[in-house]
Design a protein. Structure first.
Lengths: 272, 258
């Protein structure tokens, strides 16, 4: 796919509130086939199907859209609704698939960070904490309160964010209609920066090796790698995988198998 | 314990496990799941109390970015079942539950790995516009997750804690530790694939920038995104202004030539 190649049929489709609710309902299965290769890719495509099926009557365009959404994505399991809403608006207006992809990549990192800190690390502990305090006294209202309160918050986010994202998308796209090529550049800058940040945040790999030189013991990780560049091993490993994909056309399955063997051998010889 | 009761508890574990995989109804939280197991075994109060204790242990532990914490569903189910059966307190429940929760953590990492095989299948469905196939993958995957949780809960309950723990202890620690390390590295593959689809040499400096902010600066993703947004907006004005200036200049050259 190149920057300029858009959909063949550029006549806008029509998305109703009902379609958006279908998308929101489907986000419940966003993690169903979660995997290390492209994480929530199938779940995202599955969730957006009501929109894709309705908007793309041209078979070739539908195929383009399906492949485009089967790209890697990983975000918080219901804050991701916002990205689905925006994607729905962009598909409806037949925006360039390249732009849709860039916008998704640019948004997933920040929204995952927001969702994890707001939902998992703030709302969850507060509601569960209240539930636990009841339960410790033997009161069965504890778990009942927790599950009701949490599900209300969760579904407000899940459904609300799809609609919010859609109207956000519609408003922004109409203004940006003629400059989508320029926006791809900005979204790419944002996306690339976020990928760099994600590598340092979420890939973890460190070595337990020590080098004994006479009486001096040097712990490779703490005394050398962390001094030069923290997260050096995660970066090197990611770049190594990237090189295998780009230059050697290695298949993801092979890379995953390689990573498992690499970890097992490393732990067996006490390197990690 | 009767087979019927063991099957019922395994069924609950399977459903809660699927819920945990999807993070939807929160029936997998120890507070809720402990209570449900308590009801199934006829001792609500013990289930409730141990569930609450486990909840505090697992609070703030959610799978983030594909990295797995020790599995709270299996830990809670096994812990509560044996605490109720043996009339022991929460500390015994933790002692029995935790080894199984670590075992399940390894199994989930394997599931995440094996589920990658769905990607080429989904690509194939996309080639033929078979959207029903993509929907089918989702439900097939959930069925596999259900079966895994069902078996891991059923076997120790059916065999009894002693035999089950002996079997777990036979598993070499380097295998479980190795899978944990693999789980930590795995996101690298997703990021590398993503990088491959986005890659252009002129954007590499931004990749470096994002990495540096987190590695050296320990900034949260949200802060890095905000900085990146500022740069993107700045670039937007500078880059396109420059282009216009060049375009105008070229036009002037043309006029001069005349």
């Amino acid at each position: 796919m190149t920057d300029s190649k858009g959909y063949m049929d550029t006549k806008p489709g029509v998305i109703t509130k009902k379609d958006l609710n279908k998308v929101a309902l489907r986000t419940m299965l966003i993690n169903a086939s979660f995997n290390y290769e492209r994480m929530q890719a199938i779940g995202f495509t599955y969730s957006l199907l009501p929109v894709i099926n309705k908007v793309h009557t041209n078979e070739a365009d539908k195929q383009t859209a399906l492949h485009n959404h089967l790209n890697f994505i990983n975000c918080h399991t219901y804050v991701i609704s916002l990205i689905l809403g925006i994607s729905a608006a962009m598909e409806e207006r037949k925006e360039n698939p390249e732009l849709i992809k860039s916008v998704k990549v640019a948004l997933m990192g920040p929204l995952a960070g927001l969702g994890d800190s707001m939902i998992w690390f703030t709302i969850m502990p507060i509601l569960a904490g209240i539930g636990v305090s009841f339960a410790m006294d033997g009161n069965i209202l504890g778990p009942i309160f927790f599950i009701l309160a949490f599900n209300i918050v969760e579904n407000l986010v899940r459904f609300g964010f799809v609609h919010w994202g859609y109207s956000l998308g519609v408003g922004v796209i109409d203004r940006l209609k003629d400059i989508s090529e320029k926006v791809v550049r900005s979204a790419s800058i944002l996306g690339m920066t976020v990928i760099g940040a994600l590598i340092a945040s979420y890939v973890s790999l460190s070595t337990k090796l020590t080098i004994t030189a006479g009486k001096a013991k040097v712990a490779l990780q703490a005394d050398l790698f962390d001094k030069i560049m923290p997260c050096m091993l995660p970066l090197l490993y990611t770049l190594f995988i990237f090189w295998l994909i780009r230059k050697k056309k290695a298949s993801p399955i092979l890379l995953i198998a390689l990573t498992v063997v690499f970890s097992l051998v490393g732990v067996y010889f006490k390197v990690f | 314990m009767s087979i019927a009761q063991a099957l019922l508890i395994a069924l609950i574990a399977g459903l809660a496990g699927v819920d945990y995989y999807m993070e939807v109804f929160q029936t997998y939280r120890p507070l809720v799941l402990g209570t449900i197991i308590g009801i199934a075994m006829g001792d609500v109060k013990t289930g409730l109390m141990i569930g609450a204790t486990f909840e505090l242990m697992w609070m703030g532990l959610m799978p983030i970015g594909g990295a797995q914490p020790p599995n709270m569903v299996i830990g809670t189910v096994i812990g509560v079942v044996f605490a109720i059966a043996s009339h022991e307190g929460a500390s015994t429940a933790i002692g029995i539950g935790v080894p199984f929760s670590i075992l399940m953590q390894g199994i989930i990492t394997l599931i995440y790995t094996v589920f990658s095989m769905f990607m080429p299948i989904a690509d194939g469905f996309a080639d033929k516009n078979k959207t029903k196939g993509i929907e089918g993958i989702q439900f097939g995957a959930l069925a596999i997750v259900f079966i895994c949780y069902f078996l891991v809960a059923f076997l120790p309950i059916y065999l009894g804690a002693d035999k089950a723990q002996f079997i777990v202890s036979l598993l070499p620690t380097w295998v479980v530790d190795g899978l944990t390390v693999a789980g930590g590295i795995m996101p690298a593959i997703g990021f590398a694939i993503l990088l491959n689809t986005m890659f252009k040499m002129e954007y590499v400096i931004f990749l470096a920038l994002g990495f540096i902010f987190v590695a050296y600066g320990n900034l949260p993703i949200l802060a890095v995104s905000a900085i990146a947004a500022c740069i993107a907006v700045y670039d937007y004005y500078i880059y396109h202004q420059k282009k216009e200036v060049i375009a105008v200049a070229e036009e002037e050259d043309y006029h001069d030539g005349l």
